[in-house]
Design a protein around this ligand. Structure first.
Ligand SMILES: [Zn+2]
Length: 52
């Protein structure tokens, strides 16, 4: 049950790579059109032009 739930949850996340440190940041799909700060270095990760 939990496996299905986490798989569903992952489907609503978008992977975004930090341009500075290369850290993969998971961004909630609800915020996919907003820039996100990297949790590792604090760099602003811009919205990707193409969907991953
Ligand atoms: Zn970073």
């Amino acid at each position: 049950m939990w496996g299905i739930y986490s798989a569903l949850k992952a489907a609503f996340k978008q992977k975004r790579k930090c341009p500075r440190c290369g850290h993969i940041q998971l961004v909630d799909i609800a915020h996919k059109n907003k820039s996100k700060k990297c949790s590792k270095c604090g760099e602003n990760i811009p919205v990707p032009k193409t969907q991953i």
